[in-house]
Each structure stands twice: as structure tokens, then as C-alpha cells.
Write a protein that binds this ligand. Structure first.
Ligand code: AP5
Length: 214
């Protein structure tokens, strides 16, 4: 199954993508995680991406498209994959479709996780992320057993640089301008499905699984 997660920053795409990847035993490919790993490792790609990410802007398409297209052609993606954070612009979606058409493949579902803007800033300021294993938590909704420590790997949690309220507002504006048009794009391709992302994360997960099973 080839799935794209759509939704505003902080809508819960990453949370759901990880759960779906575990259930369907397919890779979870997050472009945000790929960039953050590159930043942590001090690569040239990471340095370039950081200048955009810290301002709440999108990394230019040319730095993203080839990276994802190469990744989905790897052997572990033969049964399917979940793309989280890609595509984020119409040109990214077109480049993905063109690359998949070359290998006689296509996206099965674009899952839009809907959360109103007013819920987002609160979610982001409460998010804590583990830079070691990528797990995410929320100080109120999804707390860790020990404050500030990852349940999964025991390392320290951080507040992401781009989760500060002023940057979140910028990211939301960028989302509405550049990423929201993808909803219409995938509706026209008959692959869009929508879930209410304001519900508890397990309810959101069950709703997605039910839709995908149909
Ligand atoms: P990226 O890492 O993809 O960030 P994003 O899309 O802004 O999404 P987030 O990771 O912030 O949120 P999410 O929807 O995954 O929510 P989460 O599950 O964590 O990208 C970061 C940056 O990289 C971009 O700004 C851009 O610069 C660059 N970039 C990445 N891809 C790119 C591309 N394709 N093109 C160009 N640039 C690109 O949940 C949020 C919080 O809410 C967490 O604390 C979570 O625990 C909590 N939560 C989740 N679900 C629920 C629930 N149901 N109820 C209550 N709390 C919940």
C-alpha cells in the first residue's frame, strides 16, 4: 500500500504514519526526519535545509524530489510505504507521479488529517521530540513516563527549533499557500481520504485503518 500523509504542521501526520508503518510493516519515510538527521550529522544537505526550516519555510523542491524518488525505488519499498511530509507542493506531487509512472506504480491513498489552525499552536508548543530515535510525544496529550526522557530509547527530548509559536504561525501560512492545494490535486485523482485529526490519536488511527481497509 502506498500512502501519502497530508495535513497542516502538527496535525499528527508523523504520529499516525509511525503507527501505520508498524501495522502494515512498510517503511515510514519522513522528509522532515531525513532533513533533521542530515542537520544532526552536519551534511551539506542538512546545512542547506536548516536555513529554510528554521524560518518555517519549505526547503526548495530540487533538494527534496530526487531524494524521495530514489528512496521509494529501494527494495524495502516494494510492498509499499508511507510518505510523511512529501509531497508538499504541486511540483513535488507531479514529480512523484511522473517517477512512479515510469515504474508502473501510483499512490493508493492520500490521507488528509484535518486539524483547525487554532489547535495547532498548542500542540506544537507541547510537542517533545527525541533526536536519537525520532519518537514524538506531547507534554499533555501523550506524556512520557519520565518527564523529558524518551520512553523508547531513554535519551533526552527536545522542543524543536521550528516549534516556537512565531515559526509555527509562519509554517501554517506556508502550508495554506503551498501545500493545501494538494487536497484538490488528490481529490481529482480520486485518492484523497479525510479523517478528523482532533480526536484522540488511537481513534484517528482506527478511522484511518477502517478507511484503508475498504
Ligand atoms: P516536518 O517534520 O514534516 O514538519 P511538519 O509537516 O510541519 O509536521 P510536523 O512534524 O511538525 O507535525 P506532524 O503533522 O507530523 O505532527 P506530529 O505527529 O508530530 O517538516 C519540517 C520542515 O522540514 C518543514 O517546515 C520544511 O522546512 C522541511 N520540509 C520537510 N519536508 C519537506 C518537503 N517535502 N518540501 C520542502 N520542505 C520540507 O504531532 C504534533 C504534536 O501533536 C505531537 O506532540 C504529538 O504527540 C501530538 N499529537 C499527535 N496526534 C495527536 C492527537 N490526536 N491528539 C493530541 N495530540 C496529538
Amino acid at each position: 500500500m502506498k500512502i501519502i500523509m497530508l495535513g497542516a504542521p502538527g496535525a499528527g501526520k508523523g504520529t499516525q504514519a509511525k503507527m501505520l508503518a508498524d501495522k502494515f510493516e512498510i517503511p515510514h519515510i519522513s522528509t522532515g526526519d531525513i532533513f533533521r538527521a542530515n542537520i544532526k550529522n552536519g551534511t551539506e544537505l542538512g546545512q542547506k535545509a536548516k536555513t529554510y526550516m528554521d524560518q518555517g519555510l519549505l526547503v526548495p523542491d530540487e533538494l527534496v524530489c530526487d531524494l524521495v524518488v530514489d528512496r521509494v525505488k529501494q527494495d524495502d519499498c516494494s510492498k509499499g510505504y508511507i510518505l510523511d511530509g512529501f509531497p508538499r507542493t504541486i511540483p513535488q506531487a507531479e514529480s512523484l507521479d511522473a517517477a512512479l509512472a515510469e515504474i508502473d506504480s501510483k499512490i493508493d491513498f492520500a490521507v488528509n488529517v484535518e486539524v483547525p489552525d487554532e489547535n495547532i499552536v498548542n500542540r506544537m508548543s507541547g510537542r517533545r521530540a527525541c533526536v536519537a530515535c525520532g519518537a514524538t510525544y506531547h507534554t499533555v496529550h501523550i506524556p512520557t513516563k519520565v518527564e523529558g526522557i524518551c520512553d523508547r530509547c531513554g535519551k533526552d527530548l527536545i522542543l524543536r527549533e521550528d516549534d516556537k509559536p512565531e515559526t509555527v504561525t509562519k509554517r501554517l501560512n506556508v502550508y495554506h499557500e503551498q501545500t493545501q492545494p494538494l487536497i484538490e490535486y488528490y481529490t481529482k485523482k480520486d485518492s484523497l481520504v479525510e479523517v478528523d485529526g482532533t480526536k484522540d490519536m488511537n481513534e484517528v488511527f482506527d478511522a484511518i485503518v477502517e478507511i484503508l481497509g475498504k
